[in-house]
Ligand binder design. Sequence first.
Ligand SMILES: Cc1cc2nc3c(=O)[nH]c(=O)nc-3n(C[C@H](O)[C@H](O)[C@H](O)COP(=O)(O)O)c2cc1C
Length: 352
Amino acid sequence: MIRIGPVQFEEPFCQAGLAGYSDRAMRVVARRRGCPYAVTEALLDVILCNGGQGLKNSIDINDEDHPVAGQLIGSDPQTMTRGATILAEAGYDVIDLNFACPVKKIRNKSRGGHMLADAPLAKSILQSVVQAVGDRLPITLSLRRGFDDSAESEQRFHEILDFAWSLGVAAVRVHARTVEQKYFGPSRWPFLTQLKRRHSGRTILGSGDVFTAQDAVRMLRETGVDAVWIARGAIGNPWIFAQVARLLKDPDASISPPTISEQREALAEHFEIAVEIHGEQLAARRMRKMGIKYSRFHPASAEVKRDFILVRSLRDWKSVLDRWYGVDGPGVMPQPTAADEVNDLDLAAAAS
Ligand SMILES: Cc1cc2nc3c(=O)[nH]c(=O)nc-3n(C[C@H](O)[C@H](O)[C@H](O)COP(=O)(O)O)c2cc1C
C-alpha cells in the first residue's frame, strides 16, 4: 500500500505531471486502464490567483479523477500559498509543489528546479504552504536530485528535503537528473537507492528513464522507492500501468502490445474527453502530439504518425482512426531509447 498522508493506493506507480499532456483526458484514460494516482501538469500560482479562464482551465477534475494531485509552481510564498488554498478548495486530494522543472528563470525569478539553488526561498514557500493548508490535505514535493553536480548543490537538496520532512510533508518525488541536465544523460538511479536508505520510513517516488513496464519494475527493485512516477513512458501509452501491475505479480509474464482495436478505443476516448475540456480546435492541436506518441504501437507507425501530424479537427482525427485503426490486429511493442524520446518530443513540439 502506498501512503501519501491519508491518500492510499495499492499499486506502486502513478502518472506523472506532464506539461501539455497530463490533463484530465490523459489522466482518465490512464485510470480506466489501471493507473491508481495521477498528477496535473504544473499549474502556475499567478494564473490560479488571477482567476478567470486561466483558473477555470487549471481546475479541471471530476468524480472519475481521484485521487489526484494538483501540482503548483511559482516563485513567491504568498501567491504559492493562495494557489494552494485554491487547489485545496477545488477538491484536489494532494498538493504537489514543483521544485523540479528545469525551464530557465523568468524575469530573474526562481521557480521549479531553480528552488534548488535558493534554499531560503524554497523553505519559505514550503513553510507558508504547509502552514496554510497542511492540516486539510497532504503536501508533497517534487525535486530534482540537485541543481548541478556540485557538493553544495547536493547539500542544499538534503537541507530542503530535511526541512520538508520536519514540516510534515507526506511524500517526495525525486527525478534523479540535475536541473542543469534537463533531460540529457541518464537519471542517476543509485541516488534514489541511497535516498530511500537514508529515509527508509518515508514515502519516496522515483522518477527518470521509465520508458517501459520493465523499467518501472526495475526501478522499484533496484532502488527500493515506494512508487514509480511514470512520465514519458505513459504519453500515448495508457497500457503501461496494467503491464507494470502484471509484471509485479509475475515477473515472467509476457507483455503484449495493445491490439489495434484497443488502441482505437483509447484514441477515441482520449479525443472525446479532450474536446469536452478544450473544445474541438484546441483539442485537435493537443491531440496531434498525443497521436504521434500513440502511433508507436501501430505496425505502420511512420505513416500513422505522419497522418496524426496533419489533424486539425474531430473529422480529421476520425478519418485517421478509420484509415489505420479500422481493422483489428496485433500492435507492436516499441523498444524506445532515451534519444528517441527526446526526438519525439521535438516532433511533438513542432506539431503542437
Ligand atoms: C513534456 C514534458 C513535460 C513535463 N512537465 C512536467 C510537469 O508539468 N510537472 C512535473 O513535475 N514534471 C514534468 N515533467 C517531468 C516528468 O514528470 C519526469 O519527471 C521526467 O520526464 C523524467 O521522467 P522520464 O525520464 O521517465 O520521462 C515533464 C517532462 C516532459 C518530458
